[in-house]
Design a protein around this ligand. Structure first.
Ligand SMILES: Nc1ncnc2c1ncn2[C@@H]1O[C@H](COP(=O)(O)OP(=O)(O)OP(=O)(O)O)[C@@H](O)[C@H]1O
Length: 240
């Protein structure tokens, strides 16, 4: 689904990625892990075409994203949903309007249908229809994340990108959100890419992950692979 080949990124003196390569397979929940400032966000932003690729190649759906026409770029962006860490909801819009905005901006569907789809998405993320007319300030942290997720799912994406989706949530809400991500992957056949440092998520939700360390990949593999690697950097990171 995503192939990163020999990617190198540097900002002035600082080398952020030093010739890294990995693949994300269709249908898996893949984690991007690493310490603060290790280049996780830059990597994600390069994959979703917000940051430029300095050296190397990234393919999504078997297409080199550096070689897309404007039209192909726009088309590809409709095939993924993104939930940023601080992906705030619009405070002046109610929940249904917040979810529907993606459809309003990207389709010519009539308002009635947009509302119908938005309510379907709301249900998908485990929220009751009665939440639809509430405004963001009336929601708990966990509910806000779910609404933002519903918005990311609005266009029926093939890939879902999540940047620290459970940060700021209490442990119970974080666990419930993790379960939801796993369920949605099953239900919708999504491929999910998550930046996370939550050990529970790493252990229980991710199929495979990479760890960025010193601009290289300390590992690309499963949790079991990570344990078996018996590597000091990996062990420190996973608190093994
Ligand atoms: N546009 C830019 N110009 C210069 N330096 C940048 C730019 N973008 C990122 N960096 C630097 O690249 C490094 C990696 O940043 P990045 O945001 O990817 O880290 P991260 O792993 O996501 O960290 P965190 O977990 O703290 O969010 C940092 O040192 C950051 O300061």
């Amino acid at each position: 689904m995503i192939k990163v080949k020999n990617l190198s990124t540097a900002f002035e003196e600082k080398i952020v990625h030093n010739n890294i390569s990995f693949e994300v397979k269709e249908g898996e929940i893949f984690g991007i892990l690493g310490g603060s400032g290790s280049g996780k966000s830059v990597l994600l932003r390069q994959i979703i075409m917000l940051d430029e690729i300095q050296k190397g190649k990234i393919e999504v759906f078997d297409k080199d994203i550096n070689k897309l026409s404007m039209k192909e770029r726009e088309q590809m962006k409709k095939d993924w949903g993104i939930l940023f860490q601080f992906g705030a909801l619009f405070s002046s819009l109610n929940v249904i309007e917040n979810i529907g905005i993606m459809l309003k901006e990207n389709t010519k569907l009539p308002q009635e249908l947009i509302d119908d789809i938005a309510y379907t998405r709301l249900k998908m993320v485990g929220l009751d229809a009665s939440v639809g007319l509430l405004y963001p300030e009336e929601l708990s942290g966990g509910m806000k994340k779910r609404v933002a997720l519903a918005r990311a799912l609005a266009l029926d994406p093939k890939i879902l990108f999540l940047d620290e989706p459970t940060s700021g949530l209490d442990p119970l809400s974080a666990k419930a959100f993790d379960t939801l991500i796993s369920e949605l992957r099953e239900l919708l056949g999504l491929t999910v890419v998550i930046i996370t440092h939550e050990l529970n998520t790493i252990k229980n939700v991710l199929d495979r992950f990479l760890i960025l360390s010193d601009s290289k990949l300390a590992i690309v593999g499963t949790y079991e692979d990570a344990i078996n690697a018996n590597d000091a950097v990996i062990n420190r990171f996973l608190k093994l």
